[in-house]
Design a protein around this ligand. Structure first.
Ligand SMILES: NC(=O)c1ccc[n+]([C@@H]2O[C@H](COP(=O)([O-])OP(=O)(O)OC[C@H]3O[C@@H](n4cnc5c(N)ncnc54)[C@H](O)[C@@H]3O)[C@@H](O)[C@H]2O)c1
Length: 311
């Protein structure tokens, strides 16, 4: 059986474990700093397996040694947003947590592929890549699957069409400047721009950009975790099953889209090698402007990180 370790057994980490167990993809390890909590959640999930008929080992631990020989390390440890906070406000609090999670796990799983969720997402993925000095194929950030799913849900609702017929591509940084691509997104092959009236589409684009904040404001404490964890489960399955599935994810740019040395949301191909390929869309003038604005925001957070951590 393959093995996935999840660092941070909070709302997102624990729900990720449940989605993964349901897929019977890999044995699972939950690690958290809170004593007893990952052990308790792990045991509760292990006792769920006979009911749902899945043969998966699940353990919780406070010790990184338990993550040894993982195929995938998922990092979702750290603080979530509170109402009124941007993802970037989490930078200094989460840089320490993610830095430690990245370096400690690599000692025990030198060949693992990293999937990062902790916010600010693009910059935490950047930190993981730089601290661990990994090839870019082995560090992927989760953002685009979630942001695109939010847009797909809103479009499905508005159009009265099955979510299965709706493809959306939300690219760029995982912040307020993210780029929902209405020209590439479609309903059963018909471009969204042609399917929905402009005002409805604009409202969907705006709601998508603020989708995470909408949930933070409703929950009052904590942020979304059902859709984010489903997203990381889909990514993990694509990797372990070597599916060559193209999904929007945050990847390290080396010249693609004219960008260098930043993590940025783009369509990537996921397979057993991790981030195997970046797909480059032809962008029109407006899309190029939106990409540049989003990239500038991500770059700014990367620069702020470099003032905090030597990388
Ligand atoms: N990229 C995305 O789309 C996305 C989606 C959801 C959440 N997130 C981010 O993921 C993070 C976690 O969110 P959550 O809702 O699960 O929060 P949460 O508070 O429920 O869980 C976070 C967990 O991290 C643990 N933790 C803290 N420091 C740790 C350390 N040094 N080592 C191990 N564990 C540690 C905490 O004890 C807690 O259990 C946040 O930064 C959030 O913004 C990102």
């Amino acid at each position: 059986m393959q093995k996935i370790s999840i660092i941070g057994a909070g709302m997102t980490g624990a729900t990720t474990a449940l989605w993964l167990a349901e897929r019977e993809l890999a044995d699972l390890v939950l690690v958290d700093v809170v004593e007893g909590m990952p052990q308790g959640k792990g045991l509760d999930m292990l006792e769920t397996m006979p009911i749902i008929g899945r043969d998966v080992e699940i353990v919780g631990s406070n010790d990184y040694a338990a993550t040894g020989d993982s195929d995938i390390i998922i990092i979702t440890a750290g603080l979530p947003r509170k109402p009124g906070m941007s993802r970037d406000d989490l930078l200094s609090a989460n840089a320490d947590v993610v830095g430690k999670a990245a370096t400690e796990t690599l000692k025990y799983s030198p060949d693992a592929i990293y999937v990062v969720l902790t916010n600010p997402l693009d910059t935490m993925a950047y930190l993981t890549l730089k601290l661990n000095k990994l090839p870019r194929e082995r560090v992927i950030g989760q953002a685009g699957v979630l942001d695109s799913a939010r847009m797909r849900a809103f479009v499905a609702h508005e159009a009265g069409v099955s979510v299965e017929n709706i493809q959306c591509y939300v690219l760029g940084g995982h912040g307020d400047e993210m780029v929902p691509l209405t020209r590439h997104s479609n309903v059963a092959g018909i471009a969204l721009r042609d399917y929905l009236p402009a005002d409805k589409l604009e409202a969907i684009v705006n709601r998508t950009r603020k989708g995470g904040g909408e949930i933070v404001n409703l929950l009052k404490s904590g942020s979304a975790y059902y859709a984010p964890s489903a997203a990381v489960a889909q990514m993990s399955e694509a990797i372990l099953k070597d599916k060559h599935l193209i999904l929007p994810c945050s990847a390290y740019m080396q010249g693609e889209y004219g960008l260098n040395d930043i993590f940025f949301g783009v369509p990537v191909m996921l397979g057993r090698g991790g981030m195997e390929k970046i797909i480059e869309y032809e962008l029109d003038a407006d899309e190029k402007v939106a990409f540049a604005k989003s990239a500038a925001a991500v770059k700014e957070t990367h620069e702020a990180l470099k003032k905090l951590v030597k990388i």
